[in-house]
Structure formats: C-alpha cells, structure tokens
Design a protein. Structure first.
Length: 90
C-alpha cells in the first residue's frame, strides 16, 4: 500500500500530455502510504534535500491533504523516512 507518485522529472511534450490526461497533478506528495492509522486516512511523504523547499503547489496540496484527514510530512533523508513510517504504523 506504499507507492511513489511519478510527478517529477523531465518529459517530452507527448509523454507529459499523456500523463496529464491520466490525472497527474502538480504538487502531489512523492510517496503515499494508503493505510489508515491514528485517526489519519493515509500518510503523504514529500522528499526534500536538506535545504530544499516546497513549491507553492506542494504547500497547497499538503494543506488540502491534511484538511481531508491525511498526515503530511517532509523527509530529508532515509532516517527521516524510516522514522516517519515506523511512527505512523505504531
């Protein structure tokens, strides 16, 4: 129930148009865990480099995700990711 969202990266115009038609949405978290725990519907994880910042679209998506009962976190390294997953699944 853990999956990556293929939103990032560079694509040619045709591939980008196909993905947009399939429902790719800018700002969506990088990884989603579709398991309900502790009052949340899912865990949404955004990966950022140590000094990386969210885009405005990512901030908007995070706010909407949280408004609808999902937990949203930012992980900056594998240890953050492991800790967030472990804590969420407890």
């Amino acid at each position: 129930m853990l999956f990556a969202v293929p939103n990032g990266g560079h694509r040619n115009a045709t591939e980008a148009a196909i993905m947009k038609a399939e429902g790719v949405t800018a700002g969506v978290a990088d990884v989603i865990l579709l398991v309900a725990r502790n009052g949340y519907n899912s865990l949404c994880i955004e990966f950022k480099a140590e000094k990386g910042r969210q885009t405005d679209l990512q901030k908007e998506w995070a706010s909407e995700a949280e408004k609808h009962g999902n937990k949203y976190v930012i992980c900056r390294n594998f240890d953050d990711f492991r800790a967030q997953i472990t804590d969420y699944l407890r």
